[in-house]
Ligand binder design. Structure first.
Ligand code: ATP
Ligand code: MG
Ligand code: MG
Length: 289
């Protein structure tokens, strides 16, 4: 496959890997502690740039493209490798999880949809406007923006996608987890009230924030739909890494983002750092004074 020389020469042993959320069937466990994720060119470009950026210690190491059963995969480190039956949480960062490009595409199809209307009513019968009710349909753009206000994405700049505790207990129903108190309760459940673990996460998140503020990659990309993956185990080991760059888009040369300025259509801001500020604040409040 031509990538073998890039791999660290660690002995081959059976690898543990568990997917918390995301598209099922996109992943395979690779050899030597690696993970294969279904190929996406945009994501490959990001990983190649990230390997040359100050953010490198905060993303899984990237090992190139491999093929399996005629399908291409991006090969990266399996972050679970250095943990003992870890607890895993996926937090999707940013104040929106669709790209500006996706919004523009949705606008080109201004046909209100009944399927989206039905989904909206199923979650919240009060959500549709009088007009939407009459039409029994909503616009795609309206649906996209409404969906983000259900969780903490719009109000806090991140949302919990799901977590799995080391006892295999799985929680993925956070679509309506919105308030700081709800988020804090979910984190508290995830860490099982262990303040040592919270300390570990906070230290790492503060380091990440410093590096993000200086990173050239970060300044020059709209980072949407990307997650922070939280890992801890019973030995007290903790770690946080950035994953999922399938929707991360390079900006035109004249543009750069601070990731804190509120988004207005056209400015491309994603609220990533604002979300990280809020996340750090919430975790800080879980510690005794
Ligand atoms: P989405 O639906 O968010 O677009 P996706 O299909 O792009 O998801 P990812 O978000 O990259 O997939 O990953 C899904 C899950 O797989 C993560 O929540 C995590 O549990 C696991 N995962 C992904 N990358 C790694 C990694 N490098 N090491 C360990 N686990 C990983
Ligand atoms: Mg993801
Ligand atoms: Mg993705």
């Amino acid at each position: 496959c031509g990538t073998t020389s890039l791999l660290p020469m660690t002995p081959k042993k059976p690898q543990q890997w568990l997917q918390v959320v995301g598209h099922a069937g996109s992943f395979h466990v690779g050899d030597y502690g690696t993970l294969l994720k279904r190929f996406c060119e945009g994501e490959q470009q990001c990983y190649l740039r990230l390997m040359e950026d100050t953010l490198k210690p905060f993303v899984p190491a990237y090992h190139g493209v491999v093929q399996r059963d005629e399908q291409d995969y991006n090969m990266m480190d399996n972050l679970l490798t250095h943990f003992n039956t870890p607890a895993v949480m996926d937090c999707k960062m940013g104040s929106r999880t669709y790209l500006e490009r996706e919004l523009l595409l949705a606008k080109e199809r201004p046909q209100p949809g009944n399927d989206m209307y039905e989904k909206m009513v199923a979650v919240d019968p009060e959500a549709p406007t009088v007009q939407e009710r009459t039409q029994q349909a909503v616009l795609k753009t309206r649906y996209m923006q409404w969906r983000e206000t259900l969780s903490s994405t719009t109000s806090l700049g991140f949302r919990i996608e799901g977590f799995r505790k080391s006892n295999e207990e799985c929680h993925t129903n956070f679509k309506r987890t919105k308030s700081r108190d709800q988020v804090m309760a979910a984190f508290n459940n995830f860490v099982e009230s262990n303040t040592h673990i919270v300390w570990g996460y906070l230290r790492r998140l503060k380091e990440l924030r410093q590096v993000l503020e200086e990173s050239v990659f970060f300044r020059t990309h709209e980072v949407v739909g990307s997650s922070l993956l939280f890992l801890h185990d019973w030995k007290g080991r903790t770690g946080v890494w950035m994953i999922d760059f399938g929707k991360t888009a390079a900006l035109p040369a004249h543009l750069s983002l601070d990731h804190r300025t509120p988004w207005v259509e056209g400015n491309r801001e994603d609220g990533y750092l604002w979300g990280l500020d809020n996340l750090i604040d919430i975790l800080s409040n879980m510690l005794p004074l």
